[in-house]
Design a protein around this ligand. Structure first.
Ligand code: PMP
Length: 423
């Protein structure tokens, strides 16, 4: 009854958790949500004001499909000045959210059966976009160690069309250094593959510096930069994202946009323009608050016994649960989380499935991250995302989003500490 390409696309892993959380809230329980993929801050007032002005000025009609010219121009300036990529407005397409840019890019590039190298764990919608476009994800482990040329060569084939990178990363929080980006660039050039570089968290970065792979050598010819306003300016509901790519790719994506969504919201585009043109103080304030929260949540999670790297960017901690002393979530079978939303297990390459051997927790027993997340919700009323939602390499991990207040983080950690110490 349904199309074959939708068969491989799974529902979100968090749906069951969200339903459980809703039920608990209905019972009057104080549920703390650490699964949010969006800043908990409100959109800064000057951006909202710009949208109101746009409405009052009558900018309430269709606008050009590729975006209002002023915004495309402003984005091109930003990409030239901040990311050091030589582009002009015609390289920019404004979309209803970065997600739509990813989807349109996959639909523009992939033919049935084309392969896309995905670094695992990965944010869930890349895989869905690849599958909806008829492509096939090929997984390569990239959790706490950089990828290199040889690793990518081990999974390449004549069907490989693209590699997807996402730095700063959701869900792990790593930031790719220039050395790693150079390996990817060299590999992409040698094998004539495109790079999709999702840079949506570029401003939510702490000690490190963001480098766009498109700025290296001739990489702008083969890179599709994905970015947007959702995270940097707390504008998730406005639905404005963009892609920056070679003109032929932009023009193909444009056809998809013209015949599907027409354009991103006119009012939101004027708000986005204001966000780029005005003071960036609001961004610095949000990032310094995120840093305070990161420092607190990582310290507390480590105290409790989770194994976690210090994230360099985004607002997530990918916390290993194998080191914890809970017994209720232990498993000896490697298929325990096959019921989770991850569909990557079936398509994992050997380099991915062998990942647990190099994991810092490999000495410890396997834990079922889905069962662990359900236990947290049931016993502490805390919502987290099971790591396996992000691919097989996420088993034994849960993702905490720290888009939550310091008070919520403190209380949440106290609840978890109590639960773990009672086991
Ligand atoms: N890319 C990544 C890596 C994300 O985490 C998200 C949001 N969760 C998006 C893209 C989507 O952003 P948008 O709201 O602009 O569609």
């Amino acid at each position: 009854m349904f199309s074959r390409r939708m068969e491989g696309v799974k529902e979100s892993a968090t749906i069951k958790m969200a339903a459980l959380a809703r039920a608990l809230r209905k019972e009057g329980k104080k549920v703390l949500d650490f699964s949010l993929g969006e800043p908990d801050f409100s959109t800064p007032p000057h951006i909202c004001e710009a949208a109101k002005r746009a409405m009052d000025a009558g900018f309430t009609h269709y606008v050009p499909s590729a975006g209002i010219p002023e915004l495309r121009e402003e984005i091109a300036i930003k990409i030239r000045e901040e990311n050091r990529v030589d582009v002009s407005a015609e390289n920019v397409i404004v979309t209803p959210g970065a997600k739509q840019a990813i989807f349109a890019a996959m639909m523009s590039i992939l033919n049935e059966g084309d392969e896309v190298i995905m670094l695992e764990p990965a944010w869930v919608s890349f895989e869905a976009a690849i599958r909806m476009a008829g492509g096939k994800p090929i997984w390569l482990l990239r959790r706490d160690k950089p990828v290199n040329y040889d690793m990518m060569s081990s999974v390449v084939s004549e069907k490989t069309r693209m590699i997807v990178i996402n730095s700063p990363n959701n869900p792990v929080g790593y930031v790719m250094e220039e050395r790693e980006l150079r390996e990817i660039a060299e590999f992409a050039s040698d094998h004539n593959v495109l790079v999709m570089s999702d840079e949506i968290y570029e401003k939510i970065i702490y000690e490190k510096k963001h480098v766009s792979i498109a700025s290296l050598d001739a990489m702008s010819e083969r890179t599709i930069i994905i970015n947007g306003f959702s995270k940097t300016y707390a504008m998730t509901g406005w639905r404005v994202g963009y892609a920056v790519a070679p003109v032929e790719i932009v023009n193909t994506m444009l056809k998809i946009q013209q015949h599907s969504v027409t354009c991103a919201s006119s009012i939101s585009q004027y708000a986005a323009l204001e966000a780029l043109r005005s003071s960036q103080e609001c961004v610095y304030e949000m990032v310094s608050e995120f840093k305070r929260r990161r420092d607190l949540i990582v310290r507390r999670l480590r105290d409790i016994g989770f194994a976690c790297e210090m994230p360099d960017g985004a607002f997530y901690v990918f916390a290993g649960i194998s080191t914890l002393s809970t017994s209720s979530t232990s498993s000896t079978s490697s298929s325990t989380s096959s019921s989770s939303a991850s569909s990557s297990a079936s398509s994992s390459t050997s380099s991915s499935t062998s990942s647990s051997a190099s994991s810092p927790n490999s000495q410890n027993e396997q834990k079922d991250d889905v069962a662990f997340a359900e236990m947290l919700l049931r016993d502490t009323h805390i919502v987290v995302t099971p790591g396996s939602a992000f691919g097989n390499a996420g088993r034994n991990y849960v993702r905490f989003s720290y888009a939550a207040s310091i008070e919520e983080i403190s209380e949440g950690m106290a609840r978890i500490e109590k639960l773990i110490s009672s086991h």
